[in-house]
Design a protein around this ligand. Structure first.
Ligand SMILES: Cc1cc2nc3c(=O)[nH]c(=O)nc-3n(C[C@H](O)[C@H](O)[C@H](O)COP(=O)(O)OP(=O)(O)OC[C@H]3O[C@@H](n4cnc5c(N)ncnc54)[C@H](O)[C@@H]3O)c2cc1C
Length: 401
């Protein structure tokens, strides 16, 4: 048993875990972060696209920016595309490893203590404290604190063990970094044969140098790696990828939220709580918002020395008020999309293109890189094309939107 006693132990040094470590340490709390990976191998399978809103809120330097996004091409299953462009930068592609390291170093500069190569294998709640059982460089050790934050990504074991439930539904993402030619803006590919249940992408990460680089990836309901291997041989990619070898990584993303993201002396944030946009699989911003709300609630609870589940339930109320509707509408919209055939998806492209709706929506104030539900509802209200009527019907029947 370690002699050190912390205010808060955080499990996981991803974007969400390190951000809450930074906030709590800045408020003067004694914080320890346990991360199973070593400091030099912190990388995450992630494209690193974040909105300008998220980038500003993270308040980091510009070092990690790979490219800026103010245009995109959306491809239908048959290969026709809609191109949208805005005057202002909508999003940044950031180096995810540098992003996580930058947030961790901000937390460390405020006094947060980091334990790398130290997986937490169990959490043991007690009356006056809570314990984390860890394997610090392989040696079993127990650390105590007043509270624990689970920020350990989509790993159901610890939340389930603490009786907080389990997120049952998930998507699988697969991605590779490649050398590529003629990939100079974000490209998104729809079609159930390409990426069943969501979409594939090509994202430039380095343009205008001797070797242009890009991420190629997709999110699918299953077998993401296999679908990505097929996509690499698709006419959309052929002749554009110059890498000799392509190394594919994959990771699961939760779809849906944890039944309870709080307990006695415990909060759950980020992917672990299901704070991920179901329409895109993007979780950096919503996890960051979850971390901010959790820090505020936990600071109050630590100050009043009331760390009961009743007190900490405010966290769930507040984050659901901020993003709950967005997550549930996104959940159902993605579900309805997954029921469409490629012909029906093609029909949606026809409707959006022929009526000039895509352009109108972009300029209507309903478009936001992070908050999609207004855009989804606006599309459904404006069009009577059959596939959109089908989505509308499914959403009203299943989700009472
Ligand atoms: C292919 C792909 C592309 C994506 N692209 C984007 C994108 O462009 N934009 C976006 O916003 N999101 C994207 N995402 C989603 C994004 O990666 C996640 O939402 C985000 O990483 C969640 O952050 P987190 O801090 O909650 O969890 P994570 O980043 O998963 O961090 C959790 C950390 O906890 C550690 N850990 C786990 N268990 C333990 C344990 N028991 N003890 C100690 N440490 C532990 C892990 O090693 C990890 O470092 C993508 C996902 C995939 C799969």
């Amino acid at each position: 048993m370690s002699d050190q006693f912390y205010d808060v132990i955080i499990v996981g040094a991803g974007a969400a875990g390190s951000y809450i470590a930074y906030e709590l340490a800045s408020l003067g709390h004694a914080v320890a972060v346990f991360e199973e990976k070593s400091a030099s191998r912190l990388n995450v399978c992630c494209t690193g696209i974040i909105s300008t809103e998220c980038f500003q809120s993270l308040d980091l330097g510009t070092d990690g920016i790979l490219t800026k996004v103010n245009s995109a091409k959306f491809f239908s299953p048959s290969g026709r595309y809609l191109r949208v462009q805005t005057e202002n930068v909508q999003a940044y592609v950031v180096n995810r490893l540098l992003l996580d390291k930058a947030i961790a170093s901000k937390a460390q500069s405020q006094g947060a203590q980091y334990f790398f190569s130290s997986p937490v294998i169990d959490i043991i709640p007690g009356k006056d404290s809570i314990q984390a059982e860890t394997l610090c460089f392989g040696a079993r050790e127990i650390f105590s604190a007043r509270a624990v934050v689970l920020a350990n990504g989509f790993r159901p074991k610890l939340p389930r063990k603490l009786g907080l439930g389990k997120i049952k539904s998930f998507l699988v993402g697969a991605q590779a970094e490649i050398e590529a030619e003629n990939v100079d803006e974000l490209e998104v590919y729809f079609g159930q044969k390409i990426a069943p249940g969501l979409f594939a992408w090509l994202v430039p990460t380095r343009v205008g140098t001797s070797t242009n680089k890009a991420y190629v990836g997709l999110l699918a309901t299953s077998q993401a790696k296999l679908h990505l291997q097929k996509f690499l041989n698709n006419p959309f990619c052929q002749g554009r990828i110059t890498s000799r070898e392509v190394e594919i990584e994959q990771k699961a993303i939760p779809v849906g939220t944890l039944a309870r993201s709080y307990g006695d002396r415990v909060l759950v944030i980020g992917d672990a709580a299901g704070q991920v946009k179901p329409t895109t699989g993007g979780g950096i911003y919503f996890g960051h918002l979850g971390a901010r709300i959790a820090a505020e609630v936990l600071d109050e609870a630590l100050s009043s020395d009331n760390l009961t589940a009743g007190q900490l339930s405010r966290y769930q109320k507040q984050w659901k008020a901020k993003m709950g509707k967005e997550l549930s509408r996104g959940y159902w919209a993605r579900w309805a999309y997954s029921k469409l055939s490629d012909r029906q998806i093609e029909g949606i492209f026809n409707a959006l293109d022929s009526s000039g709706m895509a352009e109108a929506l972009l300029n209507s104030g309903n478009f936001s890189f992070d908050w999609h539900s207004r855009l989804i509802l606006a599309v459904l209200r404006r069009s009577s094309a059959y596939p959109l009527l089908k989505i509308r019907h499914l959403l009203f029947r299943e989700a009472s939107l």
